[in-house]
Design a protein around this ligand. Structure first.
Ligand code: FES
Ligand code: FE
Length: 425
C-alpha cells in the first residue's frame, strides 16, 4: 500500500484523521518526518553548568547525551556505542570525564571522541581509525535564553528563524527577571496517549478548562475567580508560523494574575513580580511587562505552562504511549521564598500529583482510545472552532483570536501535514 500521510489532515488543518492518534504506521513515519526535521528540546543550560556535567535526555525515540565539554561548549550525541550500539550512558545525570561502554569497554571523551579501545594493537593489527568512530553528534545545537534545542536535520533553519515570533512570547517568561531561568527538578511518567495530545492541548486548548477542570476551580474558589477568567475571557490564543502557538494572558491586566496553586505561595510570588517590574519594563517593554503565557507549545512537543512554573516535553514511545518529562522552572534571580512558592504552585497543579495534570491525562487517553475503535476511527476529529475568527493584532505578533478557537491547533496540524507530505505508507 502506498499513500501520502498528508492526506490525513485537510489543507486548513480543521479535519484530522484519528489515525494520527493510534496508528503505528503513522507513528513510525513521524519519527523520521517530524522528529527528524524539527528543532527538539534537549534540556536547560542550568542542568549542565560545569565541564563534564551531563544529562541523559531524548530526541524523538533516541536516547541522547547532553554534556558540557572541557572547553565549556555544550554538545549532544546519540547515546549509542559505535561498536554494537549499546547505550554508553546509563545514569540520568552526573559529571563524567569519559563514558566507558559496558560491553567491550570502548571509551569516549566528553567531546564525543573515541579515546580508547582495549588491546587495540592486538585486536586491530591493521589499525583502527578512532577519529572516524566518535559518538554521532546531533547535527545542530542552539540555545534560546537557557533552553537548549537540537536537530537531527543538517539542513534545518536556524533556531531563531524556526521560533520566529514565538521567541517574542517565550521571552515574556524566560526574560522576566535578571539572569533568566533555571530548573529545580524533573519529573517523568508514562501515560496511555499519543504524544501529540499534550502538545495540542498546551498550544491553546483553553476551551476545555472551565469544564474539564471545574472540580479544581470550584475547590479553589469558584469558576469566576480572576485566575480563571483572566485566561478564559481576557486571554487570547495566538498561532505562530511553523506550527507553534500559545495562550497569552494579562493584556488588560496591569496587575499580574498568579494562576492557581497553593494560596500560601501567592505573597512570595507577588513580591517577586513587584521587585522586577522595572526590569521587565526596561527589557521587555511596557506591554510584555504584564503579559504571561498560561500555556504554549513549540512544535512539535515542547511546552511551557507559565503560570504553573513548568516546561515539559511529550516524548514519543509508541502511537499510544507517551513519556512526559516535566521540569520546574523558576527565575534564577528569585529569592529562596519565591523559588519555593513557584515550586508549590507547580506541585499543586501539574506533575503526576497535580490536580490539573490528572484531569488532562485522562482526557488525552480518551482521545487515543477514541481513535482505536474499528468503526469510530473512520471519522475525523473536528478542529473547526473559531474558523476565520483569528487574524493580525495591533500589538501582538502572529495570528490572534479568542480562546474558544482552535486556530492554534489548526496551525499545528498544518505544519504536521507539511512535514509528513514526503512520507509514504
Ligand atoms: Fe560498545 Fe562493544 S558495544 S564496546
Ligand atoms: Fe487542562
Amino acid at each position: 500500500m502506498s499513500g501520502n500521510f498528508s492526506s490525513l489532515v485537510n489543507e486548513e488543518g480543521s479535519r484530522v484523521s484519528r489515525r494520527l492518534f493510534a496508528d503505528e504506521a503513522v507513528f513510525e513515519a513521524e519519527l523520521e518526518q517530524v522528529f527528524g526535521k524539527s528543532w527538539l528540546f534537549l534540556g536547560h543550560e542550568s542542568q549542565v553548568p560545569r565541564p563534564g556535567d551531563f544529562f541523559r535526555t531524548r530526541m524523538g525515540d533516541e536516547s541522547i547525551i547532553l554534556i558540557r565539554g572541557n572547553d565549556g561548549e555544550v554538545r549532544a550525541f546519540l547515546n549509542s556505542c559505535r561498536h554494537r550500539g549499546l547505550p554508553i550512558c546509563r545514569q540520568d545525570k552526573g559529571n563524567a570525564k569519559a563514558f566507558v561502554c559496558p560491553y567491550h569497554a570502548w571509551t569516549y571523551a566528553s567531546d564525543g571522541s573515541l579515546r580508547g579501545v582495549p588491546r587495540q594493537s592486538q585486536s586491530y593489527p591493521d589499525g583502527l581509525d578512532k577519529s572516524k568512530l566518535g559518538l554521532v553528534p546531533v547535527a545542530h545545537m542552539a540555545n534560546h535564553r537557557g533552553l537548549i534545542f537540537g536537530s537531527f536535520d543538517p539542513d534545518i533553519i536556524p533556531l531563531e528563524d524556526y521560533l520566529g515570533d514565538m521567541a517574542w512570547y517565550l521571552d515574556c517568561h524566560l526574560a522576566r527577571a535578571p539572569g533568566g531561568t533555571e530548573v529545580l527538578g524533573l519529573q517523568r511518567w508514562e501515560i496511555d496517549c499519543n504524544w501529540k495530545m499534550p502538545a495540542e492541548n498546551q498550544i491553546g486548548d483553553v476551551c476545555h478548562g472551565p469544564f474539564s477542570h471545574v472540580s479544581l476551580f470550584e475547590a479553589a474558589g469558584g469558576i469566576d475567580q480572576p485566575a480563571v477568567t483572566s485566561v478564559v475571557d481576557n486571554g487570547v490564543n495566538v498561532a505562530v508560523p511553523n506550527g507553534h502557538g500559545c495562550v497569552v494572558a494579562g493584556m488588560n491586566e496591569p496587575e499580574r494574575e498568579l494562576g492557581l496553586g497553593d494560596p500560601s505561595a501567592s505573597e512570595a510570588i507577588s513580591g517577586h513580580f513587584d521587585k522586577y517590574k522595572a526590569y521587565r519594563v526596561e527589557h521587555l517593554g511596557a506591554l510584555r511587562e504584564h503579559l504571561d503565557l498560561p500555556t504554549a507549545t513549540v512544535f512539535p512537543n515542547f511546552s511551557i505552562l507559565g503560570r504553573n512554573s513548568t516546561i515539559r516535553v511529550a516524548h514519543p514511545i509508541s502511537a499510544t504511549r507517551t513519556e512526559m518529562w516535566s521540569w520546574i522552572l523558576v527565575d534564577k534571580a528569585a529569592d529562596p521564598e519565591a523559588k519555593e512558592a513557584f515550586r508549590k504552585q507547580y506541585q499543586v497543579t501539574f506533575g503526576p500529583g497535580g490536580m490539573l495534570e490528572s484531569d488532562d491525562g485522562e482526557n488525552w487517553s480518551g482521545v487515543m482510545y477514541g481513535a482505536r475503535g474499528s468503526q469510530s476511527r473512520k471519522q475525523d476529529y473536528v478542529y473547526e472552532m473559531g474558523m476565520g475568527s483569528d487574524g493580525p493584532h495591533a500589538e501582538l505578533p502572529g495570528s490572534v483570536g479568542h480562546t474558544f478557537s482552535e486556530h492554534t491547533q489548526r496551525g499545528y496540524y498544518r505544519r504536521w501535514r507539511e512535514l509528513m507530505s514526503e512520507a509514504v505508507i
